[in-house]
Design a protein. Sequence first.
Length: 88
Amino acid sequence: MSFQNLFIPHQRNKEERQWLDEEIAEQQLRYQAIVKAMEELAPTRERWYAEFLDRIQTRGFNVDGDMRVKIQHEDIPLRPDRPHKVVY
């Protein structure tokens, strides 16, 4: 399916273009703030991951009511070798 068939031709006047540019700039600022917060949270997030992996291997997790299952170390997936990213 071609996306060109879905495009509706339209014209924007100067005021509409200016409003759109302001909205895009505001969204970029919000996005940059979220990325910065994610980067600052990275050390804490790593600790959370380690605590979670330890917990599910030692105590397990509830699968149904009070039935717990421990996850074996070899069943834990390998961590991706890439940084977290913010998608919007």
